[in-house]
Design a protein around this ligand. Structure first.
Ligand code: NAD
Length: 393
């Protein structure tokens, strides 16, 4: 049987656009033709599209018109209008994390440190609501590109939950590294928040996803997050921070540390950290403690391969692992980082979903739960950790 062919278009030409392009080379559930890309920075777009032999579209509408699936690889502030435009034309849309958020009141003086968090929560929920409405009226569907959901370690945990009927009692996890490379990151009006939003969304989505899986496996209904208590800090902007130049600084109005304590509707809990303060490569993991097993899911680093060199010059042409400060000494060299991170698995699953119209593991209702939790978390942090109810969308 011939595989169905689907046409893909990428919006954006930065880091995420590159790994979406790479992951699309490893999709086997459909034949994918990457038609082209569109990005607001023409020069970067040409640098991205040219060597890959794909079209550089002049505008978003042209790209949407020419494809079946739109990949949204742009800063969070742009997600909602691009997703809605794609859905209005009945296209499938794969949207990068975080789904959407609150990006200020549009005024030049907007300061992410100072706005009332209740307003941010309200506006973020409205943005999610508009995207869910657009999906309802569309033949296209939202596929939320949270790679943690599709990372092999998390999918193995899904299997454990489904086959053992376990109840998750407590999860703890983290996404941290020494700071995002994206220039949009660090300004609330573009990123919609700091560590809790940009990094915390990863382990938080995994935790919520696993409780959804547990609930569906046992009772046919996802178990949802009910309340959150959170703290945020801006350590590198503090007056006592001593900069040694090894971690990124210069954030304008976002936090660089976040801690979330989530209580689910069955009274079980998750504790999640996110920060820009951690050296030694990306630190992404979640531990799952259940009534019949305990798992440690390592996304980064993992010890599939460890390599040592006395002088990093030997490795100057070698990609070792994401965001390591040095290649000297022992490294957790990743033999296939994208595989462990789940990038190819998520793309393959999304294209299978598009062909067979079957259940999307990382769908818009999971994305909605994550944003509702994060912005309730910002409100809690404003109240110095007081418990806040999470809205059901
Ligand atoms: N899942 C992951 O592991 C992961 C990793 C990195 C980034 N991301 C996500 O991917 C998204 C993009 O991040 P990035 O690191 O690629 O950022 P980036 O700064 O490297 O690239 C952003 C791109 O978007 C383009 N752009 C900006 N506004 C646009 C608009 N209105 N229309 C069209 N193009 C526009 C820019 O020209 C640029 O090419 C963010 O949502 C980020 O959170 C996910």
């Amino acid at each position: 049987m011939q595989k169905q062919e689907l046409k893909a278009g990428i919006v954006g030409s930065g880091f995420a656009a590159r790994f979406h392009y790479e992951a699309l080379q490893r999709v086997y559930s459909a034949r994918v033709e990457i038609v082209g890309a569109y990005s607001s920075t023409r020069e970067k777009l040409l640098q991205f599209a040219g060597p890959r032999g794909i079209n550089a579209f002049a505008n978003l509408d042209e790209l949407i018109g020419a494809v079946d699936i739109v990949h949204v690889c742009t800063p969070p502030v742009t997600h909602e209008p691009i997703v809605v435009a794609a859905l209005q034309q009945h296209k499938g849309v794969i949207v990068e994390k975080p789904f959407t958020g609150y990006f200020g009141d549009g005024s030049s003086g907007f300061n992410g440190d100072l706005f009332p968090r209740e307003e941010g929560l309200e506006q973020a929920l409205q943005s999610v609501g508009r995207m869910l409405e657009a999906e309802k009226g569309s033949r296209g569907r939202i596929m939320y590109a949270e790679n943690w959901v599709y990372a092999p370690a998390i999918q193995k945990e899904r299997e454990l939950l489904q086959k053992t009927g376990a109840q998750i009692l407590w999860m703890h996890g983290e996404e941290s590294h020494s700071g995002s490379h994206s220039s949009a990151y660090g300004q609330w009006k573009l990123s919609g928040g700091g560590s809790m939003m940009g990094k915390g969304c990863h382990p938080l989505t995994a935790a919520i996803y696993l409780k959804h899986v547990e609930g569906r496996a046992r009772d046919g209904q996802p178990i949802r997050p009910q309340t959150v208590s959170a703290r945020t800090h801006a350590i590198t902007r503090g007056k006592n921070f001593q900069n040694r130049g090894h971690i990124r600084t210069g954030y304008k109005d976002i936090e660089d540390f976040a801690l979330l304590h989530v209580v689910f509707s069955d009274g079980t809990i998750a504790d999640l950290f996110a920060s820009e303060l951690v050296m030694g490569g990306v630190h992404n993991w979640i531990e799952v403690n259940t009534t019949n097993h305990r798992s440690v899911c390592n996304i980064h680093p993992n010890n599939a391969m460890q390599a040592y060199t006395p002088d990093e010059d030997y490795f100057k042409e070698v990609y070792v692992v994401e965001k390591t400060e040095t290649k000297q000494g022992w490294s957790f060299m990743s033999p296939d980082e994208a595989w462990f991170a789940g990038y190819q698995h998520e793309m393959d699953a999304f294209y299978r979903n598009a062909v067979y119209a079957d259940h999307i593991e990382s769908n818009s209702s999971l994305a909605a739960d994550v944003i509702a939790t994060i912005y309730a978390g910002y409100l809690s942090a404003e109240r110095k950790g007081a418990e806040v109810e999470i809205a059901v969308l």
